[in-house]
Design a protein around this ligand. Structure first.
Ligand SMILES: NC(=O)c1ccc[n+]([C@@H]2O[C@H](COP(=O)([O-])OP(=O)(O)OC[C@H]3O[C@@H](n4cnc5c(N)ncnc54)[C@H](O)[C@@H]3O)[C@@H](O)[C@H]2O)c1
Length: 384
């Protein structure tokens, strides 16, 4: 395959995306301005590819590793046709790196950012040729997660989008197209999974273990919100919530919680620090859920109603197609079913009633139902 791929940043995401590209047959230039980080990525990639060879997933680790150039200077990108940036989540730093890269690449080289929360339009605006810039948002770990959100900025040349989606398909990924809005699809639509669960806990309606039990055993989710945020790390999960909240001009639907903010302030980041919502110290006694089916059903209905409302509103506002919304939530965060199909299964009126009850009870804008959900309920229509 002749297209040479450049990756900026050899951290968790950059190294993972580089592995995906190399396994798809591309020559890959992996650049990092931190020599120790680059060295670590090189050793980790060698070990990962070796394991894949032993498991019979690839024929020769050395062959895949041979496709890599590890670079400490951007000059190495000169022959690349596509460059994917995965460095620190700071607009000023990303802008500066793209400006450096544009000095060495050809005018036809496509520039993509893996940003989780920054506007692609603002990154493109800092480039000499904004029409070649887009978002390619992979999920962690990139070699295992199938979903890639393809995000055109308002400046992006429309002809590049089918090229990008086709390439992601060749890499074995499932691309979806998302409008350049905060959180794109997954990081927007998934917010209530965490936020509403924490709200239920803060109000004392149920404890963490009970909410996690309800969401997994009754809701069918792989992990409960408290166990999952402990796993993701509160430094990552809280910051995404806060950024989405700020980027939506402080829409109360995305309001972060003090419970999670305090964890961050205490340095209780979750599993990686041994403590988060739960205590992971050896010998710590994990709290047991109250397995009350009526309470459990109420918890699931409230969180799922909020999730469905987000998905429906994203559809209403043209963030993505119905099909892409379903793919994103099942492949990006492994939900048991697409949220629009979940809505259809019980009918829009049922979910609208849950939301309207919450709205009337709290008198908070957070619980306002999407106009599209109300319309579907009135017309008794299905989404998928
Ligand atoms: N970690 C995730 O779960 C995840 C998921 C999707 C998207 N993202 C996004 O991907 C990007 C990278 O995240 P990560 O978790 O891989 O970060 P990371 O901290 O693991 O890696 C970042 C790497 O970039 C390098 N770097 C920093 N500044 C640089 C510069 N100016 N020039 C060259 N290299 C530089 C660092 O040395 C480091 O190796 C961020 O934009 C993040 O929002 C992260």
């Amino acid at each position: 395959m002749s297209l040479i791929i450049g990756i900026i940043g050899s951290g968790a995401m950059g190294a993972g995306i580089a592995q995906v590209a190399a396994m798809a047959g591309h020559s890959v230039v992996l650049y990092d301005n931190n020599a120790a980080a680059l060295d670590k990525a090189k050793n980790n990639l060698a070990a990962t590819l070796q394991k894949l060879e032993e498991k019979g997933k690839i024929s020769a680790a050395s062959e895949v590793l041979g496709r890599f150039t590890f670079a400490g200077q951007v000059d190495a990108f000169a022959s690349c046709g596509l460059i994917i940036e995965a460095i620190v989540e700071r607009l000023d730093v990303k802008k500066a790196v793209f400006a450096e890269v544009e000095k060495v690449v050809s005018d036809t080289c496509i520039l993509a950012s893996n940003t989780s929360s920054l506007s692609i339009t603002s990154i493109a605006a800092a480039c000499r040729l904004p029409s070649r810039v887009m978002g390619l948002h992979f999920f962690n770990p990139a070699p295992l997660m199938a979903l890639v959100e393809v995000i055109p900025a308002i400046q992006t040349d429309a002809a590049l989008i089918p090229l990008a989606t086709a390439l992601m398909g060749q890499w074995g990924k499932t691309p979806v197209i998302a409008k350049d809005t905060p959180g794109f699809i997954v990081n927007r639509v998934a917010r209530p999974f965490y936020g509403e669960a924490i709200r239920i806990y803060e109000e004392g309606i149920a404890d963490m273990a009970t909410i996690d039990w309800a969401m997994t055993e009754i809701g069918g989710f792989r992990m409960g919100p408290f166990a999952l945020t402990d796993y993701i790390g509160h430094d990552v999960n809280y910051v995404v919530t806060e950024t989405v909240f700020q980027s939506f001009f402080f829409d109360p639907r995305y309001k972060p919680s003090f419970s999670q903010k305090r964890l961050l302030e205490a340095g209780w980041l979750g599993r990686k620090t041994g403590k988060g919502f739960y205590d992971y110290a050896q010998g710590a006694v994990l709290p047991q859920p109250v397995k009350d089916p009526i309470l459990g059903k109420m918890i699931v209905e409230r969180v799922v109603a909020m999730l469905i409302n987000e998905a429906v509103d994203a559809l209403h506002l043209g963030v993505a197609t119905a099909a892409d919304l379903e793919t994103a939530m099942t492949k990006g965060v492994n939900y048991p079913q697409g949220l629009l199909a979940w809505c259809d299964a019980s009918g829009a009126s049922k979910w609208l009633a849950v939301l309207d009850d919450l709205y009337h009870h709290y008198h908070e804008d957070r619980y306002r139902a999407s106009a599209l959900l109300r319309k579907q309920a009135m017309e008794n229509k299905n989404f998928v």
